[in-house]
Design a binder for this molecule. Structure first.
Ligand code: NBP
Length: 488
């Protein structure tokens, strides 16, 4: 083992332990530290035995064990614990040392911490890490942002431990980790990743619901369809595990049918939705995915409502295979809309926070190692390679063509689900966004008139240049005074 460690990892829970083992397996020497020291002892005697991993029993010994510039990665619970630990560390650090937060921190916290630490001469990195326990051990997707001066020091370690994608020669050499951008950009991208994960999961669940309740398919039959879809352009980790889950048996019966239909959530989908509202970006699909989990959690109300509120009894007559093909198109189209909305959110944040982002590179960071990994991300990379400033992914030729051919099946599925009383909040809201986005004249002319009528909020006119505002005394009773204008 080297006399001084390359990096320290603080926090020996599921992510920290596995990242340390991953780093050691790539030839780095790592110092392990945890608030409760007994976990360090257990780790050193167990999984870390005979590896290039040393323990530290105090912050002083942690800092002393590191070569300079020191790199200290926190894998602790996000929020106050991160600030508390940074406070404890600061008196022991020197100019140019690097603090990395690899937890699920809010991007505003990373904006704040990058600035506050830079004022003290300490380089801060806020890195989103995705892939859970297995990813952390074998190769996660890592999305680092923060102080760019830190990147050359952190890059060799992060790119060595991250998941890899094949290069043009078919070799697994392209790391699913690259510099995202300044301050909180890395954690912002990780947040949107998690929001997209909510959307992808809900889209799949809506497909399953239609198969089960409209087509009357068993879990085994659904499993066969998802396994087939995993050989198509829908191929992804989440479709793959869905097939596995549907085929899993307990006492000869599908376990999935025994699981209570109330979804949990830890909040990253909600943050994505709240951020979209703040930035004024329509993120309808992810928003619906969060609300779908909320509605599922109202189980006792739904049990009562199911008795009292009657809708149509689902029944399907027609060509089942053709309908399943339509359903596949509906899932694909909704997924395109979800990523188009997610990337539009990242683009708006880049403008707001003045981050210089490479959208194709972000797509490649999600290509492997994380929960939303899929072949589809390759097409997103290509779209941004062609047009780095593309306003919306749906405007890219490839995605426009896919949407054009998926459109009629997508509409058929939503029509059938609507007639049969089956809720598809994500797949149907995606279609509303798609139709709204391609509509030259929305009814917001009437909306502006309503706002001017009751609140003198003014409107712009089609027959006048943009930026000129008018107020009409609609009733003859109001005055000529208009309200000030403002944007969301
Ligand atoms: P947890 O989020 O469960 O955090 C547990 C760790 O935080 C323990 O080492 C604990 O020390 C330490 N800790 C706490 Br709690 N408060 C502390 C404080 N005030 N000062 C110092 N240490 C403190 O661990 P995790 O699931 O491994 O996740 C770590 C981070 O990675 C989190 O931000 C999480 O959101 C993120 N993440 C998790 C996953 C996943 O799949 N679990 C995936 C991606 C990202 P103790 O042992 O002394 O209590």
């Amino acid at each position: 083992m080297k006399a001084q460690s390359d990096i320290a990892v603080v926090g020996l829970a599921v992510m920290g332990e596995n990242l340390i083992l991953n780093m050691a397996s790539k030839g780095f020497t790592v110092t392990a530290y945890n608030r409760s020291y007994h976990k360090v002892e257990i780790f050193l005697a167990g999984r870390a035995k005979d590896q290039s991993i040393r323990g530290a029993d105090s912050i002083e010994s942690l800092v002393a064990s590191l070569e300079r510039p020191r790199k200290i990665m926190l894998m602790v619970k996000s929020g106050q614990p991160v600030d508390d630990f940074i406070e404890q560390l600061l008196p022991h650090l020197e100019q140019g040392d690097i603090v990395i937060d690899g937890g699920n921190s809010q991007f505003e916290d990373s904006n704040r911490r990058t600035k506050a630490l830079a004022e003290k001469g300490i380089l801060y990195v806020g890195a989103g890490v995705s892939g859970g326990e297995e990813g952390a051990l074998k190769g996660p997707s890592i999305m680092p942002g923060g102080n760019p001066e830190a990147w050359p020091h952190v890059k060799p370690i992060f790119q060595a431990i991250s998941a890899k994608v094949k290069d043009e020669n078919g070799e697994l050499t392209v790391p699913c980790c690259d510099w995202v951008g300044e301050a909180g950009a890395g954690h912002f991208v990780k947040m949107v990743h998690n929001g997209i994960e909510y959307g992808d999961m809900q889209i799949i669940c809506e497909g399953y619901l239609v198969m089960r309740d409209l087509l009357g398919m068993s879990a085994d039959e659904c499993q066969t369809v998802f396994a087939q879809w995993n050989q198509t352009e829908l191929s992804s980790y989440l479709i793959e595990i869905t097939a596995d889950i549907l085929g899993f048996k307990e006492d000869g019966e599908a376990l999935v049918e025994k699981i209570l239909d109330t979804a949990g959530q830890k909040g990253t989908g909600k943050w994505t939705g709240v951020t979209a509202l703040h930035l004024g970006v329509p993120l309808t699909l992810i928003g619906e995915a969060v609300f779908a989990r909320c509605l599922s959690a109202q189980k006792s109300q739904r049990v009562e409502a199911a008795k009292l509120i009657k809708g149509p009894a689902p029944s399907f007559s027609g060509d089942k295979q053709a309908f399943l093909n339509d359903l596949k198109h509906a899932l694909l189209a909704a997924k395109i809309v979800s990523y188009a909305q997610g990337f539009a959110l990242i683009q708006e944040a880049a403008k707001e926070y003045k981050w210089d982002l490479d959208y194709g590179s972000i797509a490649m960071m999600w290509r492997e190692g994380c929960i939303i990994r899929s072949v589809f991300l390759e097409n997103i990379k290509q779209a941004y390679d062609k047009h780095p400033e593309l306003d919306n992914l749906m405007l890219d030729d490839y995605f426009n063509d896919v949407l054009a051919s998926a459109q009629s099946g997508w509409r058929n599925v939503i029509a059938a689900a609507t007639v049969n009383g089956i809720a598809m909040p994500c797949i149907s809201s995606a279609l509303s966004y798609f139709d709204g986005y391609r509509t030259e004249n929305l009814p917001a002319n009437l909306l502006q008139a309503q706002r001017d009528y009751f609140g003198a909020h003014t409107y712009e006119r089609k027959d006048k240049p943009r930026g000129e505002f008018f107020h009409t005394n609609w009733t003859g009773r109001g005055g000529a005074t208009s309200s000030s204008t403002y944007d969301v």
